[in-house]
Design a protein around this ligand. Structure first.
Ligand code: F6P
Length: 359
């Protein structure tokens, strides 16, 4: 069998570890052939964008961040940006993609990606392609898997940033606000905030109130603590307000968020506090994966290769508890996993007096 492997959406620590495990299993152990499609599905639309993948080619990849196949979050074949007389417009070019796969003799595709990629995989499956999914996102917001690889690395990076911000916040008696990624779900903000001892954590799931944030800062000041640390997910919104958008959605792309922490810092400054906002940005996505992510990525890549060998298509490898299982792609595609109102994370945060900006 000739297997195609593609990494879709934004990059993420652990992608190379998935590719490595999938190739070692599928090619080295099971005797199939594997080719990497470069730059997401863009690689199927342009010449010379396939790379032969062998166990020798994936050697040394475990600690390497990014993806050797390139990533692309603008190559959705069902909404592909095409420049025409009326500017750039989204077109469905999925038939061309399927035709190209046939020409290339690719029997089945392994799609490593987040919600957008798994949705594309599901739609291509509906058109007859043999697909297997591997869940990926630093945001951890993909349904049907308990964790995605890349998340643990992002949380550790954000936690280290918070540890560093503590010492400078304390020295200067300041409120320091750290903006982390998380458009629709606050998993990074919540985990990093708890691990890094934040005083306030603002999530996309819980609209915040300025008075509630002020109340927490004032209580700390009255208790003699002159600094505070606030973690803000990029998608967190004030009650009745909107997310802070850097760039509206262009054809084939989602809108770009950013600036939520800066906006809150400005409000705090106006209220007489000395506040600074720091955007952690893509530092969360770069660099070497943690041990947890390397192991999770390896297990998922291995499982996905086995699924293909056994003909279990239309499914996505997933972590359930401590087991690697596989689930129907429809359980993940098009759905976002948020922190639910009954999450023990929320209860723990409230009970240890971390403000979530509510009330
Ligand atoms: O989905 C992962 C993610 O890192 C989001 O948290 C973030 O909003 C987005 O990607 C940023 O995308 P880009 O790299 O295209 O700006």
């Amino acid at each position: 069998m000739r297997i195609g492997i593609s990494t879709g959406g934004g990059d993420c620590p652990g992608l190379n570890a998935v590719i490595r495990a999938a190739v070692k299993t599928a090619v080295g152990t099971l005797g199939h052939e594997a080719v990497g499609v470069e730059d997401g599905l863009e690689g199927l639309l342009r010449p010379n964008k396939l790379v032969q993948l062998s166990p020798a080619r994936v050697r040394g990849l475990l600690p390497r961040g990014g993806t050797i196949l390139g990533a692309n979050n603008r190559a959705n074949p069902f909404a592909y940006p095409v420049r025409g007389a009326e500017g750039v417009q989204e077109q469905d070019i999925s038939d061309a993609v399927l035709g190209r796969l046939e020409t290339l003799g690719i029997d089945a595709m392994m799609f490593i990606g987040g919600d957008g990629t798994q949705t594309i995989a599901q739609r291509l499956r509906e058109k007859g392609l043999q697909v297997v999914g591997v869940p990926k996102t630093i945001d951890n917001d993909l349904m049907a898997t308990d964790y995605t690889f890349g998340f643990d690395t992002a949380v550790n990076i954000a936690m280290e940033a918070l540890d560093r911000l503590h010492t400078t916040a304390e020295s200067h008696d300041r409120v320091l606000l750290l903006e982390v990624m998380g458009r629709d779900a606050g998993w990074i903000a919540m985990h990093a905030g708890l691990a890094g001892g934040a005083d306030v954590i603002l999530l996309p799931e819980i609209p915040w109130r300025f008075d509630a944030v002020l109340d927490k800062l004032e209580r700390r000041r009255r208790a003699g603590t002159t600094f505070s640390i606030v973690v803000v997910a990029e998608g967190a919104t004030e009650l009745g307000g909107e997310a802070v958008v850097q760039e509206e959605a262009l054809p084939g792309r989602v809108r770009r968020l950013g600036g939520a922490a800066e906006r809150l810092a400005d409000r705090l400054t106006d209220a007489g506090w000395e506040a600074r906002a720091i955007v952690l940005g893509h530092i969360q996505r770069g660099g070497t994966p943690t041990a947890f992510d390397r192991v999770l990525a390896t297990r998922l890549g291995h499982h996905a290769a086995r699924m293909m060998d056994e003909g279990r298509y239309g499914r996505m490898a997933a972590l359930r508890g401590t087991d690697i299982v596989d689930v129907d792609l429809t359980e993940a595609a098009g759905k976002v996993k948020v922190i639910g109102p009954d999450s023990s994370l929320l209860h723990a945060a409230r009970d240890i007096d971390v403000s979530l900006g509510e009330g």
